[in-house]
Write a protein of this length. Structure first.
Length: 204
């Protein structure tokens, strides 16, 4: 299957389109994840607060092994040696030294915080960019709409309220990517929601 991403990568090849897993289990979640990857998902952030290493391993066993190098783990225990994952995601204040070869990402909530970690990470989620879809009452921070001239835009990934009607705005602002959560997992069909966003991003 040829994805929209593969057909149009020359147009926006540097833009990261990521998906974060829901905290609570979604029906047939790992099957949907495999379908998302098969349709051009570049990277999945596996975030399951409170899960043990064993639970993470069981989840990953249900994801096709060829996609494991595209998965970022939100897990304080580190990367089990047997996993071939892409890297680790941290909160800003917990950024550690990670062994060479892994990508590192983190979460920030202002451009000041972003500038403080920019050199330490592969990319950073900056939120709330728009009103959150998954967190009721979590409102956008309007100051995030104005990016400092000194910021490395390609490392900034917008998080919060990004959906098919907002994705082009993120790209036009010059950010390096967008992370999807509520737009995907609050949909009855996560794949259809993803493909709609992908279509808007790469075909306008």
């Amino acid at each position: 299957m040829t994805s929209l991403y593969k057909m149009s990568e020359s147009k926006t090849s540097l833009f990261r389109l990521l998906v974060i897993t829901p905290e609570e289990a979604y029906p047939q979640e790992t099957q949907w994840v495999n379908r998302l990857f098969n349709s051009g998902l570049q990277s999945l952030h596996l975030r399951k607060p409170g899960w043990s290493e064993l639970q993470l391993l069981c989840y990953l066993e249900q994801i096709e092994a060829c996609y494991h190098p595209q998965i970022m783990l939100h897990h304080g225990a580190g990367v089990p040696e047997q996993l071939r994952v892409k890297g680790l995601h941290f909160q800003q204040h917990t950024l550690p030294q990670v062994k060479s070869g892994y990508c590192v990402s983190c979460s920030v909530h202002s451009w000041q915080e972003y500038l403080a970690v920019e050199e330490q990470v592969t990319y950073a989620f900056i939120s709330p960019f728009f009103n959150s879809i998954s967190k009721q009452g979590y409102r956008a921070n309007p100051e995030l709409q104005v990016m400092p001239a000194e910021a490395n835009a390609q490392k900034a990934v917008a998080l919060g309220g990004v959906n098919s009607s907002r994705i082009e705005e993120v790209r036009h602002l010059g950010l390096g990517g967008a992370a999807l959560l509520g737009a995907i997992w609050q949909s009855v069909n996560p794949l259809a929601a993803f493909l709609e966003i992908q279509k808007k991003l790469y075909h306008g």
